[in-house]
Structures are given as C-alpha cells and as structure tokens.
Design a protein around this ligand. Structure first.
Ligand code: TMP
Length: 236
C-alpha cells in the first residue's frame, strides 16, 4: 500500500491517504513538542520507536479483544490504519499521581491511586485541550452517551491489559492518554500508544522512561525511548 496525498500533519505524525478510502498511512516523525507546542525539539529516532511500540501494543490489545485502527506496520516510520473519524475527546487514565493531577490536587508524584481515574479533555489545540466531563461531551455533541460509555469501558480494559503487559517487563504504567474514533458504526481505539502518550516508570527504581524526560529536561531522552522499545518489543 502506497502513500497518496497528505491529509493532515500533526505535532508528531503525518496522515496520508491511500488508494483505499477506508485506510490511511500514519507517518511517525521525530518532532517533539510539550506544553501545547510551547516547547519544541526532536528526539532522534522517536518516530521509529513510537511506530514499533504502538504496533506491538495494538497487537497485544487485539489479542485481548480490543479493536483498534491498527492494520499493520509498513516500514520503520509507517503504519497502515483504518480511517477513523476521531472523537474529539482525549481520554486520560491514571493509576498513580503524576503530572497535572499532582498539580491540581496538590499531591506528590508517585502515590498509588485506590482505583483508576478516567479523565476527559476536549481535543482542541486553540483552547489548550481543556478538561471536561461526561456532561460536556453530551451537551456539546462530542460523542453520544452510548459512544462515551463504550470509550470509558474500553479505556479501562486497555488499562488492565496494558498495565499487566508492561509490569511483566518491569514498567509501571503511571498514566496514559488514549484517542478513539468511529469506523462504520464501531468505536475503535486510535492514534498511538508510546512513550509520548504514556508515563512509564521503571518499576524498581521509578526512573522516568517517557516524554517527561523531554518535558522536564531530565536528559537521556533517546536512551529512555530505546529502553522502552527494548522492553516492549524485545531486541531491536
Ligand atoms: P498530564 O498529567 O499532563 O495531564 O498527562 C496525562 C497523560 O497524558 C500523560 O501520560 C501524558 C499524556 N498526554 C498526552 O499524551 N498528550 C498531551 O497533550 C498531554 C498534556 C498529556
């Protein structure tokens, strides 16, 4: 399957059409941004790693009965995916206190939550992705009640499967962000699942192995992405 016209360029990926109207090609870039684009940089080979890690995790989730847009990895930086209509709600699932939750609630990072927290954010760069709740989703027609209830249920299933898979590889799934899309009346998991979109800590040392190394300028950014790739995908 070959790339046709460029449909959309985001901060980390470019979406291309293909000859099949139901399929897109996702091209993973090395560009990195944080704080809604206020901080910009590149992480060497990030695109290759995020493509590979996402592919592996979507395959693993499929084995757990969780449908996604993923079809196959085409090359180092290209993934063939079902062409979904993205629901403009970013879903964040949290298992431990970190990031904006630590700030909002005045808590220290690393506290284990008694149960997972699911949060919704309105996917709108111009508004800086504000946090919303289920009522906002319904009143502003971002998704139907049935759709958002499915999204929440699938997100919690992903959390279960992903937490277990990663812990078996000595990685703590602290929190992560998911996106969903509609595809011929179905809800599919979409976008990517990688160190850009998850907080991943070494389960013994609690060392950060994700994009927080870039956001917080902790150094060893490329090394952390490579380490996650090694642990998730095996030898590279
Ligand atoms: P937060 O603590 O900054 O709200 O982030 C929660 C999770 O969502 C974290 O794993 C990083 C991920 N995330 C994204 O994937 N994209 C974003 O734009 C933001 C702000 C967070």
């Amino acid at each position: 399957m070959e790339r046709r016209e460029k449909l959309y360029e985001g901060k980390a990926k470019i979406i291309y059409a293909t000859a099949d109207p139901d399929k897109n090609i996702l091209y993973f870039k090395d560009d990195a941004t944080a704080f809604n684009g206020a901080k910009k940089g590149t992480i060497l080979d990030k695109g290759i790693i995020n493509n590979r890690v996402s592919a592996r995790l979507f395959q693993m989730l499929a084995e757990h009965g969780i449908e996604s847009h993923f079809i196959e990895q085409l090359s180092d930086r290209e993934m063939l995916a079902r062409k979904v209509a993205i629901i403009p709600v970013e879903v964040v699932i949290r298992n431990y206190v970190a990031g904006s939750l630590a700030k909002r609630m005045g808590r220290k990072e690393g506290e284990k939550l008694p149960q997972a927290i699911v949060e919704y954010y309105y996917k709108d760069d111009a508004l800086n992705d504000p946090m919303i709740n289920r009522d906002h989703v319904l009143v502003f027609n971002l998704a139907t009640a049935a759709q958002i209830d499915t999204v929440r249920e699938v997100a919690l299933k992903v959390n279960q499967a992903l937490s277990e898979y990663l812990l078996a590889r000595d990685i703590l799934l602290v929190d992560f962000k998911l996106e969903f899309g509609t595809y011929h009346g179905r809800i599919l998991l979409a976008d990517e699942i990688c160190p850009d979109t998850c907080r991943l800590w070494d389960c013994h040392t609690l060392e950060k192995l994700d994009k927080d190394r870039f956001r917080q300028e902790l150094g060893k950014v490329e090394e952390a992405y490579l380490e996650i790739c090694r642990r998730v995908c095996g030898e590279i």
